[in-house]
Ligand binder design. Structure first.
Ligand SMILES: *[C@@H]1O[C@H](CO)[C@@H](O)[C@H](O)[C@H]1NC(C)=O
Ligand SMILES: *[C@@H]1O[C@H](CO)[C@@H](O)[C@H](O)[C@H]1NC(C)=O
Ligand SMILES: *[C@@H]1O[C@H](CO)[C@@H](O)[C@H](O)[C@H]1NC(C)=O
Ligand SMILES: *[C@@H]1O[C@H](CO)[C@@H](O)[C@H](O)[C@H]1NC(C)=O
Ligand SMILES: *[C@@H]1O[C@H](CO)[C@@H](O)[C@H](O)[C@H]1NC(C)=O
Length: 352
């Protein structure tokens, strides 16, 4: 189930309107040899899992902090809606298998239902989007009492219109009111979780390559997921086409990470910095990587010479200990300039 969940999570828009919240239902109808129930779904508030529905047993399983959440929604109504959803999947499956001509192995249908609460407390858009084998087939958008439908399913107009009429009435009288009420209820109960702010930990990492260096800026452990992470060269933003990465990835603990990387030549003498802005930070956070290729080797040679001198003066056993300690010190001092073949750390987040 988790890989399907992750797939959906990656679809979450990074730039949802500020202050708005969404309740999501991510449903899967899957036929063939799989360990999954034929029909199941996960419901989320923003990016936090609220519950799981198992269509095999027709049971709802709350997720996370569930103390006193029984009154958030009427579970009988949700179970009825779940049954509607299953019948609609069964109809879709008929159409999909005809359209696809043949179904070897597993065929998965997916549905994303989203209702949004604007920051003024009014319902925003509601989206019901279906996919067959991972490609969107049709979508019903309901916003400000206005429906828009787009679809590629091969069904005759009368059949389609009949289904649409039916579905639109249900959106108006049942799906959207129920979704918004549930969203508001969860928002109240999960306040501390949804509105929490967790600082990003930011590092500039430098890795030696045969042809130069790989510089990357990593921000991790932050919440909420909106973040601006920018790499600068001598104070100017590095252009996007030079940068790799930049995808928002989830961590196992519900926080996020983002990494942006850049390859530079060994002769590059520019100064690189990484700047991060996030809701949890009062000001933007700048991380500097002092990048001067001559330095690391010079300082390593210097410390080796010191060690050699020491070895002449004191006994070998003492010297080896000293060498080890000195080497550790010099690595610490040269933290941001050390260029080893392994990843060497830049500066850690200054604010904890
Ligand atoms: C669409 O449906 C019609 C009638 O069922 C059928 O004749 C036609 O081959 C279908 N087209 C595709 C692309 O499946
Ligand atoms: C459906 O499959 C049959 C047999 O594999 C093939 O002859 C036919 O062209 C296919 N039809 C479509 C619409 O793909
Ligand atoms: C409904 O949506 C359509 C398509 O986006 C748009 O052309 C139309 O003006 C909208 N109607 C209202 C009443 O908002
Ligand atoms: C769980 O929910 C209760 C009631 O809303 C709240 O008082 C409590 O702080 C929550 N616990 C956590 C760990 O979020
Ligand atoms: C990111 O930058 C954009 C444009 O400057 C700004 O509107 C947005 O609020 C920033 N987001 C964060 C999380 O700082």
């Amino acid at each position: 189930m988790d890989s399907i969940f992750l797939f959906f999570l990656l679809l979450l828009p990074v730039a949802a309107p500020k202050g708005s919240h969404s309740l999501w239902v991510l449903a899967t109808y899957i036929k063939g040899q799989t360990p999954f129930p034929e029909f199941s779904y996960v419901a989320m508030l923003d990016d936090v899992r609220m519950l799981y529905y198992n269509g095999e047993t027709k049971t709802l399983h709350p997720r996370g902090n569930t103390t006193a959440e029984d009154d958030v929604f009427d579970s009988d109504v949700l179970l009825t809606i779940s049954d509607y959803m299953r019948s609609s999947f069964i109809n879709k499956w008929e159409v999909a298998t005809k359209n696809l001509n043949k179904t070897d192995g597993v065929l998965a249908l997916q549905r994303l239902v989203l209702c949004e609460l604007r920051d003024n407390g009014e319902p925003g858009q509601m989206i019901t989007r279906d996919a067959v084998r991972g490609s969107t087939t049709d979508e019903l958008l309901y916003v400000d009492k206005n429906f828009t439908y787009q679809g590629t399913l091969n069904v005759s107009a009368p059949v389609l219109n009949m289904h649409l009429e039916f579905s639109m009435r249900r959106h108006e009288v049942l799906y959207q009111p129920f979704c918004i009420k549930t969203l508001k209820g969860y928002l109240k109960k999960r306040r501390t979780q949804i509105y929490r702010k967790v600082n990003p930990k930011v590092r500039l990492i430098q890795k030696e390559l045969s042809s130069g260096f790989h510089v990357s800026c990593l921000a991790t452990g932050f919440y909420p997921r909106h973040i601006n992470l920018t790499l600068f060269r001598d104070g100017q933003p590095v252009s996007d086409h030079e940068i790799t990465g930049g995808d928002l990835l989830p961590n196992a603990d519900g926080t996020y990470q983002m990494r942006k990387s850049l390859e530079i030549s060994a002769a590059d003498k520019h100064k690189y910095t990484c700047s991060v802005t996030h809701l949890s930070l009062d000001n933007k956070l700048d991380i500097y990587l002092e990048f001067d290729h001559g330095e690391p080797f010079k300082s390593v040679i210097a410390s080796v010479l010191t060690v050699l001198a020491l070895m002449l003066v004191i006994g070998a056993a003492v010297a080896i200990t000293a060498w080890k300690r000195r080497r550790a010190d010099s690595i610490k001092n040269e933290y941001s300039t050390a260029s080893t073949s392994e990843e060497s750390l830049g500066t850690y987040s200054a604010l904890m």
